[in-house]
Design a protein around this ligand. Structure first.
Ligand SMILES: [Zn+2]
Ligand SMILES: [Zn+2]
Length: 171
């Protein structure tokens, strides 16, 4: 069994050495410690193909970690699908792979999460939740403003002013 046997779709002419070189020449480390590979796909945060039609993370596992095992998948412990950092790759069963997603693909309110193109990871802040929170805040603020303009609201404001300043307003 050769090191590259389990790497399907790989161009024939690659050796483990030339494939390792090819992968590294197309990869850039990011501040999270991931090694982000640039494959044929231009989109960040998705699995990338390189060297023919081989998945980059599978090729990387085979040449940097190895060996691949039939029936097991290459899983990212970092959750970044276009990462080929050897220490972020491990073999897992399909079930483990699904369970171990470090980042759920929806926020806690069920909105689909957005991938940050700079990091390939999901954005921490959910824009939909953020917009909801801002909307609620604006409603609350408008309601407070409305209440402050009723006679009771004005009396309460005068009372607050008095207790803080010790004087009546307007004197
Ligand atoms: Zn990574
Ligand atoms: Zn949300």
């Amino acid at each position: 069994m050769g090191v590259l046997d389990g790497v399907t779709g790989l161009s024939r002419h690659f050796t483990p050495e030339s494939l390792a070189e090819h992968l590294l020449s197309r990869a850039t480390p990011n501040p999270d410690g991931c090694l982000i590979v640039r494959g044929y796909g231009s989109q960040r945060g998705v699995h990338q193909k390189i060297a023919g039609r081989a998945w980059a993370h599978i090729a990387a596992y085979a040449v940097f970690v190895g060996p691949l095992e039939p029936g097991l998948q290459v899983d990212h412990t970092c959750g970044v699908k276009d990462c080929i950092e050897p220490t972020h790759l491990r073999l897992a069963t399909h079930a483990e792979n699904c369970r171990s997603r470090t980042q759920p693909d929806t926020c806690r309110n069920g909105h689909p999460r957005e991938v940050n193109p700079a990091t390939g990871r999901y954005r921490r802040v959910c824009r939909a939740c953020n917009a909801d929170a801002q909307r609620r805040w604006r409603v609350r603020e408008a309601e407070e403003r409305r209440l402050s303009q009723t006679p009771e609201g004005i009396a309460a404001a005068v009372e607050r002013y008095r207790s803080v300043s010790g004087r009546d307003p307007g004197r």
